[in-house]
Write a protein that binds this ligand. Structure first.
Ligand code: HEM
Length: 418
């Protein structure tokens, strides 16, 4: 990223919270859903119905797996059952098309890897995976995350106050991903603007970069993608076409920006509302990793992911017909008392146990180490550069809201200036 400033007003305008917590995914929902999910789980692990209906929301909501009005819907609330479904992609497929075709045939043609299945998904994922391995987290941090984080803090460090959700958390993931594409910061904001309205505009920005990297690779993600190749069992060499690179880039923007933004905001909210825990983390930064993991368990930003059932099954006492949509409520699974003691408590000293916030099995989040890198570098930098960081007692305190995309309302903070 070769730039030194960022238009803060434009950032605010583009990352408008009202726009993000839109009604379609249940943005207006501001109650605590966990008591209801505890009750449902204690009755039985699998219930007929969608997660929002079972939570008491009657208006139609949209998310992956919704609305599909012609299909039967079931929701899963225990850790064990959700985990099992994630790990059985043959029966619990990631797209409706897989229901009527053999997902192992490799003949499915889908738009993005998120909805692919079987051989096609494995081959595609293995082509793009290397850049996202834990060993490459530093590549992301040094090339893009660190600079985006410092640039954003530069914008408010002298003010003594900030609104961290929009001025900080929202922008980091988009700047990281567009930085990795080789897009300069001014255009990064154009990409953010086009994301929900005009995908062709994003492709128009990417096309010359892809062409240039095919000629002369640089140290960025598009260069890795144009060079990636894999020889399959039959000896055929596979490479990604331009269209596949555009599709993957759009998936990264869609899957990696709103999620990391909201998860970072939730982590900051949890810490700022517990000053004693924040102090411990400030003193001993090795605890930050545990705080991030505990937030992912306690309040994952996307509480539900869906699957399409490819054959008639009985699953944890519930008959589920072929073609049904099964909603895996990872948020409820992450507070299953069978797996965690005092599951509603936010406790960063818990023994480490895997959660389902990043999913599980073949589709487990490809970008999870990038997301962890963004949250770790971002929060560490705030603690380093903003002494006395605390919630603004005169402002409305942050609340955690939303049904299918959960995150904090504004996070107004004060800090000392030199
Ligand atoms: C805290 C932030 C994030 C959360 C909570 C999250 C969560 C998830 C979950 C639960 C899945 C699995 C979906 C399913 O099984 O149907 C997933 C998949 C995915 N995520 Fe993330 N994600 C985050 C950040 C990111 C970032 C930063 C990137 C990219 C840089 C990313 C890229 C992807 C991709 C490409 C997939 C599809 C993987 C596949 O289908 O094999 N995610 N994410």
């Amino acid at each position: 990223m070769k730039t030194t400033s960022l238009d803060r007003d434009r950032v605010r305008e583009l990352f408008d919270l009202q726009g993000s917590y839109n009604e379609a995914t249940g943005g207006k929902f501001s109650e605590d859903p966990y008591p209801i999910w505890h009750r449902l789980r204690s009755e039985k692990p699998v219930h007929p119905g969608t997660v929002h209906e079972l939570t008491g929301i009657s208006e139609p909501l949209m998310f992956q797996g919704l609305p599909y009005p012609d299909r039967e819907h079931f929701s899963v609330f225990s850790f064990e059952a959700c985990n099992e479904a994630f790990r059985n992609p043959r029966v619990f497929a990631s797209s409706p098309e897989a229901v009527d075709i053999d997902p192992e045939s490799g003949s499915l043609v889908h738009n993005s890897m998120l909805s692919m299945g079987g051989v096609q998904h494995r081959q595609y994922r293995s082509l793009v995976q290397p850049s996202f391995l834990p060993s490459n987290a530093q590549w992301w941090i040094q090339n893009w995350i660190e600079e985006a984080v410092q640039l954003l803090i530069d914008g408010f460090v002298d003010d003594g106050h900030a609104e961290l959700n929009v001025d900080f958390c929202a922008a980091i993931p988009v700047l990281t991903i567009t930085g990795s594409f080789g897009v300069p910061i001014e255009q990064a904001l154009d990409i953010r603007e086009a994301l929900s309205r005009d995908k062709q505009k994003i492709i128009d920005i990417l096309a010359p970069i892809v062409a240039a990297r095919r000629e002369e690779p640089q140290d960025d993600l598009i260069s890795v993608l144009v060079q990636a190749e894999r020889t399959d069992e039959s000896g055929t060499t596979q490479r990604l076409s331009d269209e596949e690179i555009y599709t993957f880039s759009l998936l990264l923007l869609a899957a990696g920006s709103g999620t990391t933004w909201k998860q970072m905001g939730t982590t900051l909210t949890a810490l700022l509302q517990r000053p004693d825990v924040l102090d411990k983390v400030r003193e001993d930064r090795s605890l930050l990793r545990a705080a991030i993991e505990e937030t992912l368990r306690w309040m994952p930003t996307d509480p539900m992911f869906s699957r399409w059932v490819t054959e008639d099954i009985e699953f944890y006492g519930q008959d589920i017909p072929k073609g049904s949509v099964v909603h895996l409520c990872v948020a409820a699974a992450n507070r299953d008392p069978e797996r965690w003691e005092r599951p509603d408590e936010y406790d960063i000293t818990r023994p480490t146990k895997s959660t389902l916030a990043f999913g599980q099995g073949a589709h487990i989040c490809l970008g999870m180490h990038v997301a962890r890198g963004e949250m770790t570098v971002g929060i560490n930098a705030l603690l380093d550069r903003l002494p006395g960081l605390r919630l603004d007692p005169a402002a409305e305190p942050p609340r955690l809201v939303g049904m299918y995309e959960r995150g904090a309302t504004a996070i107004p903070v004060l800090f000392d200036t030199k």
